[in-house]
Design a protein around this ligand. Structure first.
Ligand SMILES: NC(=O)c1ccc[n+]([C@@H]2O[C@H](COP(=O)([O-])OP(=O)(O)OC[C@H]3O[C@@H](n4cnc5c(N)ncnc54)[C@H](O)[C@@H]3O)[C@@H](O)[C@H]2O)c1
Length: 358
């Protein structure tokens, strides 16, 4: 590695569930040198750092930034803190920020994050890692080759709420649709009365009607149309497609279909087309599909930071996905079909709760 290609000094903020996946990639990838981690819970940071060689634990972000002078910061905290922390890190003068999905809890915060990173010269990516994994890369390539004719519908289903989990579906669908613009969105959500004795969850498991520090619905669905005319449908949480696994994605074309039956167990990409004979496996060019998405993303990020190359997970791209997502909630709030661009800066589900309608 030349001087110009010294390893990028990297740190992680937030040592919870998904942080280990980031740490593993950063520790194993030649491009990065994981030097420190930070969590408000001091013990957690110490234990997390202890699993790696020469990684310093911190409980204060500012102290970590001042002492370690990182090139790259991974923001892996609950969603309600993404904007605040990403902006603070950008202001500190780093070269790159990988923030976890979803971008933020509303459009206003998301736009502020992207603008702050641009202003301070930090490359920003949002970790919708699935589009960097071989299955979705192969599905998009098959679509582009015309393997199933003209795509007219993509349907996705997952457990969880639209903001935390549906965000992956929307990002994957946008990827499969060639990242075209979305014209309109129609959505509906319902929220069961939370147990008032439960504390509001700051993390993965919903409690008190909250998850990752923001309110969540019990079930939600959205339909949207791209300017190309292609339609998409998402079904989440309480209305997820029965019998389908997490992040099930089916693509309907005029000459055939593609189907990935979820992605927790790393199923193959299935295809059926004019050859007949029902579903068959579409061979993937790379093995070990599941573990590669985040590694592929970080490797591409190193090139983005060094050479300014475009990254498929850019903040600008994620902001477009967030707009679709927020439009699903806004449609539910207003009982209207929402034409994009969305004119709602706040989190519509939060507004519905304030208005006593969710
Ligand atoms: N890309 C994916 O597949 C994927 C999977 C799971 C979670 N996520 C996202 O990752 C984020 C984190 O999820 P998680 O399940 O790891 O959450 P978690 O609650 O398990 O961990 C978050 C950690 O951040 C720490 N923290 C909060 N504020 C902090 C601060 N100011 N400074 C330092 N530490 C702070 C908390 O103490 C906690 O330990 C969420 O936004 C979630 O949506 C993404």
């Amino acid at each position: 590695m030349s001087d110009a290609q010294e390893r990028l000094r990297s740190v992680i903020v937030g040592c919870g569930g998904i942080a280990r996946a980031h740490a593993r990639v950063l520790a194993e990838c030649d491009e990065f040198d994981l030097v420190a981690v930070c969590d408000l819970k001091e013990d957690l940071a110490r234990e997390f750092a202890g699993a790696f060689e020469r990684v310093e634990p911190y409980s204060d972000l500012r102290e970590m930034l001042e002492r370690e002078r990182p090139d790259v910061v991974s923001v892996v905290t609950a969603t309600d803190s993404h904007a605040r922390l990403t902006i603070a890190v950008a202001q500190a003068g780093v070269r790159g920020i990988c923030c976890e999905k979803p971008v933020a809890t509303c459009m206003a915060e998301g736009r502020e994050m992207v603008a702050a990173c641009r202003k301070h010269g930090a490359a920003l990516i949002i970790n919708h890692q699935r589009r960097m994994g071989p299955p979705l890369v192969e599905m998009r390539s098959l679509i582009e080759q015309g393997a199933i004719g003209e795509v007219y519908l993509i349907r996705g289903s997952c457990a969880g709420d639209i903001l935390s989990d549906g965000t992956h579906l929307i990002d994957s669908i946008r990827w499969l649709a060639g990242d075209g613009d979305v014209k309109w969105v129609l959505g509906q959500v319902y929220r069961e009365e939370p147990d008032p004795s439960e504390a509001r969850s700051p993390g993965y498991t919903p409690s008190g009607g909250y998850r990752y520090g923001h309110p969540v619905e019990t079930g939600g669905m959205g339909v949207f149309e791209f300017t190309s005319g292609m339609r998409a449908e998402i079904l989440c949480g309480g209305v997820q497609s029965p019998g389908r696994a997490y992040h099930d994605c089916e693509v309907f074309g005029t000459k055939g279909r593609l189907w990935r039956q979820g992605d927790r167990a790393d199923p193959p990409v299935l295809i059926r087309d004019a050859r007949g004979g029902g579903w068959r496996e579409a061979p993937l060019p790379q093995p070990d599909a599941r573990g590669r998405a985040m590694a592929n993303s970080y490797c591409a990020f190193a090139r983005t930071i060094r050479e300014g190359t475009a990254h498929p997970l850019s903040g600008d791209s994620a902001l477009k996905g967030l707009e679709v997502l927020m439009a699903v909630y806004e449609s539910a709030r207003t009982h209207a079909k929402i034409e994009l661009p969305l004119r709602q800066d706040s989190f519509p589900l939060g507004l519905m709760i304030e208005e006593g309608r969710a």
